[in-house]
Ligand binder design. Structure first.
Ligand code: GDP
Length: 332
């Protein structure tokens, strides 16, 4: 039987190195949304989906941190769902970088093939390493005439050494890409050739190099007591607060009672989940449940906040929160 496997990867880069364009190509080529949506979202122009808030605005939703997911049919015959976790590159975001990295099992480090690593590359890579995330390095903008991919690979190596990355990280996989032209290859000898629009080699590298989330989830112990860490709050004028995060243990089911363990006052609140939603491309769709290892959105929990744990009603256990010092809700 065909299996569906999960990968959770944080996409990190210095500003303008092509994180948005690359993510957009992955979404586009995985066919998770129709071309007309793309055109509508981008106003008929080129891409930059992750930066357009159009879809959210249309539904009266504002998001602070952006998640999306792609489906990929692996060459091994299995289907993969890859959750792409957009990670801010800037230094002062009061814990947001930490929180979103917590959802990932690996990181996609996008580096401009001319500029090489820049301050935000270093900042966010250091944080990713401290969370035990192994990088897949994308040397982007290979189409640029002044690209110098070999030097840039060496600079990434030097940066990792300087950050005292473990040996398996120093031996990082490299994918060369032109996000703008929509191609990626692992073969550095073929960079001067014409490339068809195809990022499958990037998907293959991700599914082979990023560890699967919780091994337990694959082995059917999703009956463990539920624990889900809330990493982001989306505000919707229709359903109020939507809690986004990663299920760390057990299964979260639509319409079932849970206990919300508050980060701040450690008071337990018994509530009922309205809907569990999964990310499909850029949108969210209602599902019956989400299992350990997956990232999902949950509606129906009044007053839920970043850092809270959504736990099993019978056996509520909190997860360690990443401390933050910023407003937890954005409304426009
Ligand atoms: P982000 O800030 O990392 O999200 O970067 P963007 O994806 O917004 O890209 C920044 C700029 O670089 C935009 O003008 C893109 O069109 C351009 N860009 C992105 N990828 C490529 C690429 O592969 N080649 C070239 N030449 N330009 C690119």
């Amino acid at each position: 039987m065909k299996q569906l496997y999960l990968r959770n990867i944080a996409v990190i880069a210095h500003v303008d190195h092509g994180k948005t364009t690359l993510t957009d190509q992955m979404l586009y080529q995985s066919g998770m949304f129709r071309t007309e949506d793309l055109d509508k979202l981008a106003g008929g122009q080129h891409n930059l989906i992750m930066d357009t808030g159009d879809l959210e605005r249309e539904r009266g939703i504002t998001i602070t941190s952006k998640n999306c997911s792609v489906r990929y049919d692996g060459s091994d015959g299995n289907e993969y769902k890859i959750n792409l976790i957009d990670t801010p590159g800037h230094a002062d975001f009061g814990g947001e970088v930490e929180r979103v990295l917590k959802m990932a099992d690996g990181c996609l480090l996008v580096v401009d093939s001319f500029e090489g690593p820049m301050p935000q590359t270093r900042f966010v890579l250091e944080k990713a390493l401290s969370h035990g995330l192994k990088p897949v390095v994308v040397i982007n903008k290979i189409d640029k005439p002044n690209a110098r991919p070999d030097d840039v690979i060496n600079e990434v190596f030097d940066l990792l050494s300087d950050l005292e990355a473990p040996d398996d990280c120093l031996d990082f996989p490299v994918v060369f890409a032109s996000a703008k032209d929509g191609w990626a290859t692992t073969n550095g000898d073929r960079l001067g050739e014409d490339h068809p629009r195809d990022v499958r080699e990037l998907f293959e590298t991700i599914i082979h190099e990023v560890r699967p989330p919780a091994v337990s989830a694959m082995e059917g112990i999703e009956d463990e007591p539920l624990q889900m860490m809330v990493t982001t709050i989306i505000y919707s004028e229709y359903v109020g607060r939507i809690a986004v995060g990663r299920v760390e243990a057990g299964t979260i089911k639509s319409g079932t009672p849970v206990t919300v363990v508050k980060r701040v006052d450690s008071e337990h609140k018994n509530q009922r989940v309205l809907q569990v939603q999964q990310f499909e491309g850029l949108t969210r769709t209602d599902v019956e449940n989400a299992i350990a290892g997956d990232i999902c959105a949950v509606t129906g929990l009044d007053g839920i906040d970043i850092g809270d744990t959504i736990a099993c009603a019978e056996n509520p256990l909190a997860l360690d929160a990443v401390m933050i010092d910023e407003p937890t809700l954005t409304m426009t």
